[in-house]
Design a protein around this ligand. Structure first.
Ligand SMILES: [Ca+2]
Length: 382
């Protein structure tokens, strides 16, 4: 499908520059962000962490937590175990790399599979690296039965320390989605033969779903689900709507909320609401034919990281809304979406530290990873 689809688009691009000018700015930036901070209170839940990147509940008061430097920590019965999990894969923790997301199999109570994403070095713990996905089980504090589910070709490993993406989520059929950022090589986000700048979809055992959009297409990686994604560090399947949502970092401005759909092109770097970090123009286009618009964008950037759907009962009116973390603004946003559209947002936490990850707990509280801790947010008591 896609070669026929791409070639006409390339022709249209050159013919349509006047028309696309008139398409500029069809999606307004987020402006109104009322505060609902007074509706919540919070307490420290896990202390003594070193740059937690991802975390997941394995039961009430039980968690697995990744630390960027390369440790997987166990929180059990309300206590952080001193010794990290033994024998997990070696990471390249340089730059933005490290041990990144952790997720549980949809049938975890039965099969105990734990999934990890990390910046995998070709050799040792430095040098060329790429996002890799593995699964294994944790028995007596050690990683066992490890399986590689996704690993890029070694010639596609790169020496930058940027934009690993790395979020993992599962849909209701149990298929695994993960993101890889553009690794700082922006043009490669449009190259379907390369793994970076994409959202990927695989089965839980690492096999490739037959209905993936680029299966059977020459010079396209069959794991690719969407492309033109700069650095998605938020990715979540919405259990009620069946939609796949992503937040991705823009350059300077242009952080995006995207509804990710099969085979679609999210435009990076050909369209963006952002500019280069040095203030120069990155692209004159915010919209072009054949490229998806974000559902909304944050300009200036808030540095979006971590995304979940609120699914608990503690805040009944927030059910189904997105929880969006922000590094630079140290802000947790509650975002309302409906039928794939952005409806608005409010701020429910501010200035407690850079937010790397967020999740609804089994008790319905909201848990947020800060630079050295995880906090628990509950309804404010009058
Ligand atoms: Ca985009």
């Amino acid at each position: 499908m896609t070669l026929q689809y791409l070639l006409p688009v390339a022709l249209i691009l050159s013919a349509c520059s006047v028309q696309s000018q008139s398409q500029k700015g069809p999606v307004p930036a987020v402006v109104e962000v009322p505060s609902r901070e007074s509706q919540v209170q919070f307490e420290t839940y896990v202390d003594g962490l070193d740059e937690p990147w991802g975390f997941v509940f394995t039961g009430d008061d039980h968690m697995l937590i990744t630390e960027k430097k390369g440790d997987l920590r166990i929180f059990a019965d309300g206590k952080l175990i001193g010794t990290p999990v033994a024998n997990i894969p070696t990471v390249n923790s340089g730059g933005q790399g490290g041990l990144m997301d952790v997720a549980l199999d949809p049938d975890y109570p039965d099969n105990k599979w734990v999934y990890l994403s990390f910046s995998h070095p070709l050799e040792g713990s430095s040098g060329p690296s790429m996002t890799k996905i593995v699964r294994g089980r944790i028995v007596n504090g050690a990683w066992i039965s490890g399986q590689t589910l996704f690993q890029a070709d070694s010639e596609d490993y790169v020496d930058t320390g940027f934009h690993y993406g790395s979020r993992i989520t599962f849909d209701d059929a149990g298929r695994l989605y993960f993101s890889i950022g553009d690794r700082g090589l922006k043009e490669q986000a449009q190259d379907l033969s390369l793994p970076n700048g994409k959202v990927h979809r695989i089965n839980r055992d690492g096999s490739i779903p037959e209905d993936n959009p680029f299966v059977g297409q020459e010079n396209a990686a069959p794991t690719i689900y969407s492309y033109g994604n700069r650095n998605p560090q938020g990715l979540i399947w919405h259990p009620a709507s069946g939609e796949l949502w992503s937040t991705e970092h823009g350059p300077r401005g242009g952080d995006e909320l995207n509804l990710i759909e099969s085979g679609k092109n999210y435009g990076w770097p050909d369209i963006s609401y952002g500019i280069n970090y040095n203030g120069t123009i990155l692209t004159e286009y915010t919209a072009l034919p054949g490229m998806e618009q974000p559902a909304s964008h944050w300009t200036p950037s808030i540095a979006v990281c971590g995304l979940d759907v609120y699914t608990g009962d503690m805040f009944p009116e927030w059910k189904g809304r997105l929880l969006v973390g922000s590094l630079a603004y140290e802000s947790l946003r509650l975002v309302e979406v409906k039928d794939g559209k952005y409806l608005g947002e409010s701020e429910i936490l501010k200035a407690e530290g850079r937010i790397r990850d967020v999740t609804t707990g089994p008790d319905g509280a909201i848990y947020v990873a800060l630079p050295d801790s995880i906090i628990r947010m509950t309804p404010a008591v009058d």
